[in-house]
Design a protein around this ligand. Sequence first.
Ligand code: HEC
Length: 319
Amino acid sequence: MQIIHPRLHGALDYTVAAALIAFPIVFDFGAESTAALLISLVAGVGLAVYSALTDYAAGVRRLVPWRVHLALDAVAALGLLAAPFAFGFDGLARAFYVAVAVSVLVVVALSQRNVEAASSTPRAAPHAALAALLASTLVAVCFAGSRGHAETSPDWKPRWTEAGELVLPEGYHRWVFLGSPLTPHALNGGNAPFPEYHNVYVHPEALDAFQRTGEWPEGTILLKELQLLRPAKFPDGSSLEVSGRGYFPQARNGIDISVKDSSRFPETDGWGFFNFGHHAPPYDETATEQPAASCAGCHMANAEDMVFMKFYRPILEAK
Ligand code: HEC
């Protein structure tokens, strides 16, 4: 059932090329996966180029035989189909890749194969098609550019996977350091659940908002990184350095996070709690919300608006 004439196929080629270029830009595939952005862009440009060079009505320079064009379509579609699995991206990007790949395979299957070389037939406005392709790409880039500006400022906000897991933030050692409670083994019967320093960080922009309004803004991340003590020399767990006897920090050993998001966590007073591993780095890249009984319950019962503010006030309120 070969019902698609090369003329129609040509129009579809440019449309798909425009979609391959515009869609990942507009929907910011790059935020999740650089491969998801780049492969689509390269496929879109490639498709536009070999279409412009195909010996059919929509070709500008008719160098590529029609049947070779069909073979290229099929190979490209199989590549697009495999890409999300090979490069491990999912969600909208994967759905888009699979949808385009399947559509292209169907169009290839339905396209007429045995047609006269188009070299002799009149051109079907290939320049107009190319102009439309360029225009749609331009519109997409402008759209993404303007949207990008609106969204770059809150990029300190938490990032979530499609499945609602929290993505471990990057660069948190450059955030503001709020303080470091310490509950060593020696003071807890040798069995402290968190015997390390509890180094707490917050993003400067969340801190700015807090200092303006007196409340943590939506999207605030409080990140607590655990840091082991230097090996004990004395029964109380302390050691000796030139500055004196005491507790001194050593290796990083785990991350806990609390996030303010009133719409995601209405049950636990607007905060969600996450653990990215209690061990040396590398930490988990994503984490699921901890049950209220493991974390939020204790914060609800004992903290001030879910955060143990009294330990951080001296720094929070410093001007
Ligand atoms: C038994 C009570 C209790 C439980 C359970 C608990 N926390 Fe906390 N958490 C505290 C206290 C007290 C502090 C501040 C003092 C400290 O760090 O020792 C704190 C501090 C924090 C901080 C720093 C910000 C703040 O509110 O002070 C984060 C982030 C945090 N906890 C996350 C978690 C996560 C994630 C869990 C579950 C895996 C958890 N907490 C379980 C009591 C608890």
